[in-house]
Design a protein around this ligand. Structure first.
Ligand code: MRU
Length: 345
């Protein structure tokens, strides 16, 4: 079984503290939605589907924390908590997806105690559903890779970025489980090193063959025929097929195109944003200290200006396919994404 990143137990949220990995596997327990908001902000929990479910659990905590005696007051308290949770990270659409789902359930309830019960049930259901979706996605994606392939991945789109199993790493797990012998190349993913700290840790933990490379070795490994395919996750995918994902994804995709290596994205339907255009989406800018140092060690001069976007946009012409729980969308994406959503109904 892969690692379980977030779960609801005894009216609390339990999470792996990802800031401590790979040095120690520690769990934190939260009873206050403000703690969950902080955890999302500071990357204790990260990865689009994991923060979507964490947001939902955060609202479930808010429902328990509220001392409202009637429905209207409880909804107001939930709206306040939703705003705080929503503002933690702007790019991954799964966060607003998770929050909206819980608000919808809350609004349907008649009494305070009914709302408390139903939001907890719904948030737990969303967590279980995330695992099932990842397994379906994994099976769909496994057919794209052959025996003895080496697959590159960027950042961490694994069990640690979801509730369990993973999206891109779910595809890698399912390929492995189907009996194909595969190897993985994980990019380090500066500045926060989700590749070396999390992907390398997670795959090693599960016994999957993984090699770590610096981000700057993507071109080298591709030019030397060391890579057969790429699979990454996504924080938001637009109707046009534009993919928002961890900074550096665009470079990996460009290099894959240059070397005729297929580049796939794996994401659940909850990661799609069929409303917005690329210019409407906020790219999170993170603090300079992530770039001016590694861990606690300073590696840049004092006072240096820094540009530190957390995500970039990979345009559809660089993408060979988008793997979802409902099948694989192939270019042209406008049409194939529409079909995926029709298949959902
Ligand atoms: O900043 P992070 O670590 O939250 O960024 C995560 C990513 O970019 C992942 O690739 C994405 O959320 C997909 S996770 C299944």
């Amino acid at each position: 079984m892969s690692l379980r990143t977030v779960e609801w137990k005894d009216n609390s949220v339990i999470m792996i503290d990802q800031t401590k990995l790979p040095n120690s596997l520690e769990y934190v327990t939260y009873n206050d939605y403000n703690q969950v908001a902080d955890a999302i902000r500071t990357l204790v929990v990260r990865g689009a589907p994991a923060i979507g479910v964490s947001g939902a659990f955060g609202l479930a905590l808010a429902a328990l924390q509220s001392d409202a005696k009637e429905k209207n007051q409880l909804i107001q308290d939930l709206e306040k908590a939703k705003k705080i949770l929503f503002e933690t990270r702007p790019t991954a659409i799964n966060l607003s997806w998770g929050l909206e789902k819980i608000m919808k359930i809350a609004e349907q309830g008649k009494t305070v105690s009914e709302i408390r019960d139903t939001v907890i049930v719904k948030a737990k259901e969303m967590a279980e559903e995330d695992i099932n979706i990842n397994k379906r996605m994994g099976k769909n994606g496994a057919e794209l890779f052959q025996d003895n392939d080496t697959i590159m991945t960027h950042c961490n789109a694994g069990a640690l970025a979801t509730v369990a199993y993973g999206t891109a790493l779910g595809v890698i797990r399912a390929t492995n489980e189907s009996g194909k012998n595969i190897k993985v190349i994980a990019t380090e993913t500066r500045p926060v090193q989700q590749g070396s700290r999390l992907t390398a840790f997670e795959l090693k933990h599960d016994g999957i063959d993984v090699s770590l490379i610096p981000d700057t070795a993507v071109g080298y490994t591709m030019a030397n025929d060391l890579v057969n395919g790429v699979v990454v996750g996504a924080d938001r995918i637009l109707q046009t097929g534009h993919v928002f994902n961890k900074i550096g994804t665009y470079q990996v995709a460009t290099m894959a195109k240059r070397h005729n290596i297929p580049f796939y994205v794996a994401a659940p339907l909850s990661t799609f944003d069929l409303e917005n255009k690329p210019e409407d989406v906020i790219i999170e800018q993170r603090k300079a200290s992530e770039v001016t140092g590694i861990g606690d060690k300073r590696t840049a001069p004092d006072g240096i200006d820094v540009i530190n976007p957390a995500f970039d946009i990979t345009p559809p012409e660089l993408i060979s396919g988008i793997i979802t729980e409902n099948g694989i969308a192939k270019p042209p994406f406008e049409q194939s994404i529409k079909e995926l959503f029709q298949a959902k109904k």
